[in-house]
Design a protein around this ligand. Structure first.
Ligand code: PLP
Length: 392
């Protein structure tokens, strides 16, 4: 047996383990400290009612012989794929149902899509800082990674490089920086990808948080994207599905390499290695993407946005440089007095008992930065920001 030795290149999940360790150590030593966590990237508000009801009804169906179902289609039920193509119409994007597959959240789809690319043969552009999955899967596949620096100079929104590449990871609105491409910036990436026959793997997990009209909700709103992009959409943050698990992947028919359709390859991959997302989840997705579902989900997002305002008001008042917040549930700010990310983590925990996420944990360009999320309650966020105001 020969194992995939590339796994040895993976870093341990150091960031969140270390945060948990330091927080536990502090809480053990200070059991009465009123610790508030603004580091979590998980939602806290309940599912939109219409989605929850659809899931419950789907399980009810499975209780009765007349409505019971077994295996579903590997690529997703037609009703779910159509719910996605209908949703895209809100943004003026026309898709064929055959361009959409339904999965159980995009973490797995983003990882699994790499099956269709030759291992050890591609140059992959990975942003720094980055959502760790893109780097980890590129390492597992022994691809050549070239990091693209995201810094205050480019407002954490890098422009395409002046050399060719094969695979490009983009995430907008971004986790961890919250920075969001506008139409012109994303057009530059699409033009670049088409010019060197690269594919953009576009992580669209936070699209529903976008509120500025100059920011695209889908890469397919950009001219030329259908010949160079694959988009991943998740219900996790949009509709609170982190536990339920549901998402979709769009591989346009126009996306080809040497005449071979990537859509066909992805379908081959899924029908071989995946037996389809659970039926109740797909009913939940259908309900969440319906007009009523969107309205209810947007109510939750509006609640999280109140937290955004609580956080950014303090940063504005203290004239701290930050990105995100407006179109994203993440706020990424520069640590005060040139502090390192981890020194600021310890300082915040010890002085005001607030836990956040050190930016350096997402890559070297995150050093001296810190991430707060808007997913805690308004009461906790308000209290945390009052305390942070006192030390900035
Ligand atoms: N992509 C980004 C940028 C994320 O932040 C997350 C989850 O936090 C995911 C993908 C995973 O999403 P899902 O829950 O759909 O697997």
């Amino acid at each position: 047996m020969k194992i995939n030795k590339n796994y040895s290149k993976l870093e341990e999940n150091y960031l969140f383990t270390e945060i948990a360790l330091r927080t536990k150590r502090f809480c053990d030593a200070n059991p009465d400290a009123p610790v508030i966590k603004l580091g979590i990237g998980d939602v806290t508000l309940p599912l939109p009612e219409i989605a929850a009801d659809a899931i419950i009804t789907a399980f009810e169906e499975l209780k009765h012989a007349e409505t019971f179902r077994g295996y579903g289609p590997e690529l997703g039920y037609h009703f779910a794929r159509k719910a996605v193509t209908d949703y895209y119409k809100n943004y003026g994007v026309q898709l064929d149902d055959g361009e959409v597959t339904i999965g159980d959240g995009i973490g797995s789809d983003i990882a699994n899509i790499t099956d269709i690319f030759e291992k050890s043969a591609n140059t992959v552009l990975v942003p720094n800082p980055v959502y760790p999955l893109y780097k980890a899967t590129s390492l597992m596949d022994n691809q050549k990674i070239v990091y693209i620096e995201c810094t205050a100079e480019n407002n954490f929104l890098p422009a395409p490089p002046d050399f060719p590449s094969d695979i490009i990871y983009l995430c907008s609105p971004n986790n961890p920086t919250g920075a969001t491409f506008n139409f012109a910036q994303l057009q530059a990436w699409v033009d670049y990808a088409n010019s060197c026959s690269a594919v953009i793997l576009y992580d669209n997990a936070y699209e529903r948080f976008i509120e500025e009209s100059d920011k695209p909700h889908s890469i397919f709103q950009i001219d030329g994207a259908k010949t160079c992009a694959i988009e991943f959409g998740s219900l996790s943050k949009t509709a609170g599905f982190t536990c339920v698990r549901s998402g979709y992947t769009v591989v346009p028919f126009a996306l080809k390499s040497d005449g071979i359709l990537l859509n066909r390859m992805w379908q081959q991959r899924q029908t071989t290695k995946y037996n389809g997302a659970p039926y109740p989840q797909q009913r939940g997705l259908q309900a969440a993407l319906s007009p009523a579902g969107i309205t209810q989900a947007d109510r939750n997002i509006a609640e999280y946005k109140k937290n955004s305002a609580l956080i950014t008001n303090v940063l504005n008042e203290k004239k701290v440089f930050y990105t995100g917040g407006k179109n994203s549930p993440y706020i990424w700010f520069r640590c005060p007095n040139g502090m390192s990310s981890w020194d600021f983590f310890d300082f915040l925990l010890n002085k005001v008992n607030v836990v956040g996420t050190p930016g350096v944990g997402f890559g070297s360009c995150g050093e001296n930065y810190f991430r707060l999320t808007t997913f805690n309650t308004c009461v906790a966020t308000k209290e945390a920001m009052e305390r942070i105001r006192g030390i900035l």
